[in-house]
Write a protein that binds this ligand. Structure first.
Ligand code: HEC
Ligand code: HEC
Length: 165
């Protein structure tokens, strides 16, 4: 008898605790939504059901884009839909590998892609650079989700020069 009533007390304590967590959690989510306007691909709060937008078109202009800073991995100016990149095959390298560029007329992966972590240039692309889309991305024809305040270094320099003189 005593044992049973104790387990009932423990059970109700758990129920109370769970209820508290739900109430506090809901409050935190609501606060976070008020404080930080959404800056994600989500177009409505998670609690609302919306019709997803159409898949945007991938830019397939074949025109190489300027880099915003020298270390930027160049953007991919062509579609890569269905390109296989796995243990068995790397579709990107079938055009961008050193020996493939004469046929494909694609730019060769740069020498940094052959370097191991000690800076030693190897015969083939380093495993660190094998999964191309870790760094290189295609572009979609969409409106930016957030404002971008990036300023090109050339403009930073010219602004400083103007101010200095
Ligand atoms: C059928 C050949 C082919 C395949 C496969 C291919 N590319 Fe390309 N890629 C090109 C060519 C050609 C260009 C030069 C611009 C153009 O014609 O689109 C290029 C341009 C690029 C550029 C721009 C380089 C620069 O300096 O601006 C990047 C980055 C790139 N490709 C990455 C990739 C990645 C990553 C993959 C695999 C997911 C891939 N490519 C697969 C042919 C190919
Ligand atoms: C860890 C990031 C990373 C990965 C992975 C990577 N790249 Fe790059 N890639 C870069 C960066 C950064 C540059 C520009 C600076 C440089 O050359 O290292 C670049 C440059 C290039 C260029 C332009 C070369 C030139 O001289 O104009 C091509 C083409 C390219 N990468 C293709 C590829 C392909 C194909 C793969 C997959 C086999 C790949 N990259 C994997 C970061 C990466």
């Amino acid at each position: 008898m005593r044992c049973q009533s104790r387990s009932r007390v423990i059970r109700s304590a758990f129920v109370l605790l769970a209820a508290c967590i739900v109430v506090i959690g809901a409050g935190v989510v609501a606060d976070a939504e008020d404080e930080y306007p959404l800056a994600t691909l989500r177009s409505a709060p998670i609690s609302k059901h919306v019709v997803p937008p159409k898949m945007p078109k991938v830019v397939n202009s074949d025109i190489r884009q300027a880099r915003n800073y020298p270390e930027q991995p160049p953007l991919i100016p062509h579609t890569i839909r269905g390109y296989q990149v796995d243990l068995n095959f790397n579709k990107c390298l079938s055009c961008h590998a050193r020996t493939a560029t004469e046929d494909s007329q694609a730019p060769m992966v740069s020498v940094t892609h052959f370097m191991d972590r000690d800076g030693q240039v190897r015969a083939s692309v380093s495993p660190r650079r094998y999964f191309c889309t870790q760094c290189h991305v295609v572009q979609n024809e969409v409106k930016p989700l957030t404002e971008n305040t990036f300023i090109d270094v050339d403009r930073v320099i010219s602004d400083v020069m103007k101010k200095g003189n």
